[in-house]
Design a protein around this ligand. Structure first.
Ligand code: CAA
Ligand code: FAD
Length: 379
């Protein structure tokens, strides 16, 4: 075992750090305030290869490993979690799912533009009545011979309004339960596909979250991913990697807040000395640094297992469960260290605190991660 990164991994981390400082930081407060999607920044991230970081170069990606992905996600999320969620969804849910399970034709047609950042994708599992309980799909995809007829509603879909390619999970044969579920590639503009209004959210306000409505949408059979009935396993397997991305996002939110709190603590004086010289503040910083380091190690371990083709479902659930709690705890303490200044937008930590909360909800709530972990312990 060794704890050193390769030259290439360090290069990716530096590139993400530089991008976050120069391209994401300016305007991040205004984008949050006005719920503005970081369109220009996402376009540039695509040009730099961050939207298909782990996809093989054969399909337009950068061919990097999951460790590099964690490093990049941490750096981007320190500054702008609304942008980093786009990177996470596109990489680990959409591109990964297509590269691992798509047909050659699907890869050429859909993966290449997604991985090269020409277009972005969305992953559509959740419904108004099927979030945690993901097998209870109400969206139907009826087999009509050469196509499926898709009907239903998906909600909370990240990149819902801005994506071009949507991976939609739907029930084809209810009698077969989860074995009757399919994953279909749906294109924006297919007749009968409409996008609802953008959600007005507590955090990651720049990200683009919408409901999607499908009314008699004809989806060609060639757009089904994998065998008939593979859709639920496709979603579960893909989410194992997605959870590494969200764990790294949580890690980045925590470390961004910690860095701000540390700098502020050295600068702000009370009772004749910097607050960093009060033991109560020192202990908060020590707790933050310790928890962040533990979260980072869990994220890297899950990524390492994935890179080394070992089972990583439990590790990614563990990393997400822990890192998202660290993100909440650290951001709350970062606001506390800033005192009243932490409560206003200019100091960034209040936004990080609001952004942290979603990491305990999406890609499986913390309670769901505990179900995944405990089932693995007890199996
Ligand atoms: N890989 C492959 N197959 C898996 C699997 C995995 N990780 N986990 C479960 N399965 C299989 C099971 O083996 C089972 O198949 P068999 O019957 O053939 O053995 C089948 O899937 C059903 O599994 P369960 O019986 O365990 O299903 P369950 O109803 O108890 O639910 C669950 C399990 C873990 C709770 C699951 O429903 C779940 O993960 N829920 C959370 C959903 C979620 O994470 N949504 C995220 C949406 S995407 C998103 O949020 C993106 C974003 O914000 C940016
Ligand atoms: P519910 O499932 O109704 O859960 C409510 C509460 O009950 C939670 O605390 C939950 O943990 C708890 N609970 C439920 N079941 C159990 C149980 N068995 N044991 C213990 N506790 C339980 N989905 C997508 O498919 N694609 C996306 O791109 C996407 N992006 C999102 C972006 C945002 C901003 C948000 C808010 C959500 C997004 N989601 C997306 C949906 C997200 O994955 C779901 O919100 C999440 O899985 C929880 O589902 P739910 O909201 O229906 O809550």
């Amino acid at each position: 075992m060794h704890f050193e990164f390769t030259e290439e991994q360090l290069m990716i981390r530096q590139a993400a750090r530089d991008f976050a400082q120069t391209e994401l930081k300016p305007g991040v407060i205004e984008r949050d305030e006005h719920q503005k999607f970081p369109a220009e920044q996402i376009k540039k991230l695509g040009e730099l290869g961050f939207l298909g970081l782990m996809t093989s170069p054969e399909y337009g990606g950068a061919g990097m490993d999951a460790i590099s992905y964690v490093l990049a996600m941490e750096e981007l999320s320190k500054i702008d979690a609304s942008a980093s969620v786009v990177v996470s969804v596109n990489n680990s849910l959409v591109c990964y799912g297509l590269e691992k399970y798509g047909s050659e034709e699907q890869k050429q047609k859909y993966l290449v533009p997604l991985a090269s950042g020409e277009v972005i994708g969305a992953f559509c599992l959740s419904e108004p009545e099927a979030g945690s309980d993901a097998t209870s799909q109400h969206t139907t995809a009826i087999d009509m011979g050469d196509h499926y007829l898709l009907n239903g509603t998906k909600n909370w879909i990240t990149n819902g309004g801005t994506a071009s390619t949507y991976l939609v999970i739907a029930q084809t044969d209810a009698a077969k339960g989860h074995k009757g579920i399919n994953a279909l590639i749906v294109e924006k503009g297919m007749p009968g596909f409409t996008v609802g209004p953008k959600e007005n959210k507590l955090g990651i306000r720049g990200s683009d979250t919408h409901s999607l409505m499908f009314t008699d949408v004809k989806v060609p059979k060639a757009n089904r991913i994998g065998e008939d009935g593979f859709g639920f396993k496709f979603a579960m397997n893909t989410l194992e990697g997605g959870r590494i991305g969200i764990a790294a996002q949580a890690l980045g939110i925590a470390s961004g807040a910690y860095e701000l709190a540390l700098a502020y603590a050295k600068e702000r004086k009370t009772f004749g000395k910097p607050i960093a010289e009060h033991q109560a503040i020192q202990f908060k910083l020590a707790d933050m640094a310790t928890e962040i380091e533990a979260a980072r190690l869990l994220c890297l371990k899950a990524a390492w297992l994935k890179d080394n083709h070992q089972p990583y479902g439990r590790a990614s659930a563990t990393a997400k469960l822990f890192a998202s709690k660290v993100a909440m705890d650290t951001t709350v303490e970062a606001v506390q260290i800033h005192g009243g200044y932490g409560f206003v937008k200019e100091y960034h930590v209040e936004r990080l605190m609001r952004d942290a909360k979603i990491t305990q909800i999406y890609e499986g709530t913390s309670e769901i991660q505990k179900i995944v972990i405990s089932r693995d312990i007890l199996k």
